[in-house]
Design a protein around this ligand. Structure first.
Ligand code: GLN
Length: 558
């Protein structure tokens, strides 16, 4: 019998954060997947939070949701998009998660009376979880991205886990350091010293990198490669030039120019599968890079997140990616414009600027800031036949807009915005009210996949069918049964269902188990769809989500 392959690649960061460790991890995983291996990827976030669900977007950026309802880091979203793989709770570790399970196991006497110590028990638990992820995904190679940068106190125990594993299986464990090489303006030369220090810091944790991914503004030249090789004890062939590039999906191809895949296989004593080829991926990148594509302007009506002098747009990364995937599908160049909804609130005429968009998206969100502006934008899209896609909060606000302007419920609102509203068309269901009363905020929203029955003769029904969506589970007389991912507390209030449908609102999707509204549409509009779920989490570069696809399809006709 052939021996089972079981290899581990740890990806760590040096010099500073935010230089693309996640994309590096996803890209290496993609290369190895294309080479024919079963691959998966794990994200370790060193924070104490059990998950990302309770952090605000300024702190965290987008909260990605897995099919089993874990609120996690956006890198998991990148793994899913690159690998076209549904990732689960097994692939996400935080200090909080690791410690709570060690404490839980200790309480259950699972350490057989031993003194439970930070070392080795915490690193052992980390390794137990990594192996759990490998097993669950049936993977042969697992990429493990350790958050933060080497030298931070926070990730030491994770590095210790990696070191221990390497000690046990030196032939099966590989370390990739993603480092940054600055080009200070006043010097005008690419500097390698910070990388040398990063390697030394890593060395002091007992780890020697096998490969260095050298991130910089421009490609690495020979003298720089030689210098890093000499001072960091790494073969020159294992220093991968990783210059800034516009599109993340090009990164695997770029890495391959420096033969990263072959180098990894060699070090792990593996052989590439026969069918390995990058054709499909290359084709996608060709479309992305084609400068002659027709432009399509899509407005995202959101609230900006300001932090000091910076504005974060990271909170909507999956939405942006989903728009891109569908635009590329139609060989279009998406021009995504951020439209601050409070601008519409401040100045009445601002709403007219929305005319320049071929499509309008109102994404998910929380709280009451900027809400009235978003509702005005929805009215504008509805009245001017501009394709509109409302995601989660966007769907709830579209319901409010409909109730106010087409069903005569002038004071309609969500109880999230106005708890004492006369017409709570969006409200909490009793189980949610109970959770909030008990202050159970952590991972208590409607999360993860829930069934949706998509009704025949609706825009959504045709969109899913047309795209031959592989996630359709069943097609019956009643419609299409499929699952979509959720993250919200409030729901369409069924008390108003009859009234609103009588006024013309179409309930295009329902959760059959709980009788919850999942999709709303209106008549006589090219594309006006609001979904209670987050289709953006399921969009993949080579397999765009049907609702985004149809949204862009209609938008391109404008
Ligand atoms: N704030 C809304 C809710 O909790 C919508 C959440 C979202 O858009 N993800 O129901």
């Amino acid at each position: 019998m052939k021996k089972k392959i079981k290899k581990y690649i740890f990806v760590v960061g040096g010099v500073m954060s935010g230089i693309g460790k996640g994309i590096t991890t996803s890209s290496i995983a993609k290369i190895l997947q294309i080479y024919g291996f079963k691959v998966t990827a794990v994200k370790i976030d060193p924070y104490v939070n059990v998950d990302a669900g309770t952090m605000n977007p300024i702190e965290h950026g987008e909260v990605f949701v897995t099919k089993d309802g874990v609120e996690c880091d956006q890198d998991i979203g990148n793994y899913e998009r690159f690998l076209d793989q549904d990732i689960t709770t097994h692939n996400y570790l935080t200090t909080g998660r690791v410690y709570s399970s060690v404490i839980e196991r200790e309480r259950k006497l699972l350490y057989q009376g031993k003194c439970v110590e930070v070392v080795p028990h915490i690193p052992e638990e980390v390794l137990r979880r990594i192996d759990g992820a490998l097993k669950y995904q049936g993977a042969e190679i697992i990429l493990v991205e350790i958050g933060g940068t080497v030298g931070e106190y926070q990730n030491l125990l994770f590095l210790e886990a990696a070191r221990m594993l390497h000690l046990r299986h030196p032939k099966d464990v590989l370390f990739v350091l993603v480092s940054y090489l600055p080009i200070p303006k006043m010097i005008g030369e690419m500097k390698t010293k910070p990388t040398q220090y990063a390697v030394r810091t890593l060395n002091s944790a007992g780890i020697q990198p096998d490969i260095i991914v050298a991130r910089s503004e421009v490609p690495l030249d020979e003298p720089r490669k030689r210098k890093i090789a000499a001072f960091c004890n790494v073969d020159k062939k294992d220093i991968i030039s990783a210059p800034d590039i516009k599109n993340i999906y090009e990164v695997p191809l770029n890495f391959e120019k420096d033969n990263i895949g072959k180098r990894i296989l060699k070090k792990l004593s593996l052989k590439k599968g026969k069918k390995a080829n990058f054709k499909r991926w290359q084709k996608l990148v060709n479309v992305i890079k084609d400068r002659n594509k027709r432009k399509i302007k899509i407005g995202i009506i959101g609230k900006y997140f300001r932090t000091g002098s910076f504005v974060l747009k990271d909170s909507y990364i999956s939405v942006i990616e989903a728009i891109k995937h569908s635009s590329w599908f139609y060989k279009l160049e998406p021009e995504i414009v951020w439209f601050d909804s409070s601008e519409i609130e401040k100045e009445k005429r601002a709403v007219r600027k929305l005319k320049e968009f071929s499509g309008i998206v109102v994404p998910g969100g929380f709280g009451s800031r900027g809400i009235e502006g978003k509702i005005k934008a929805i009215t504008f899209a509805r009245e001017n036949n501009i394709p509109f896609l409302g995601l989660c909060y966007g769907m709830q606000l579209a319901t409010i807009e409909f109730a106010r302007n087409l069903a005569g419920l002038k004071e309609a609102n969500s109880t999230e915005i106005l708890p004492e509203t006369k017409y709570p068309v969006i409200d909490l269901i009793p189980s949610q009210k109970r959770l909030l009363r008990e202050k159970k905020y952590g991972s208590s929203m409607r999360l993860g996949v829930w069934s949706c029955l998509v009704k025949p003769k609706t825009i959504s029904f045709s969109a899913y069918l047309k795209a031959k969506w592989s996630r359709i589970e069943r097609k019956t007389k009643e419609g299409l049964f499929l699952k979509e991912r959720h993250r919200h507390r409030y729901e369409f209030n069924n008390t108003f269902r009859d009234l609103l449908t009588k006024k013309g609102l179409i309930i295009a999707g329902l959760n059959p188990e709980e009788d919850l509204v999942e999709i709303i549409e209106i008549k006589n509009h090219p594309f006006f769809v609001g979904v209670q779920f987050h289709p953006e989490f399921l969009s993949r570069p080579l397999n765009p989500h049907p609702l985004f696809r149809e949204f862009i399809n209609q938008a391109r006709k404008i």
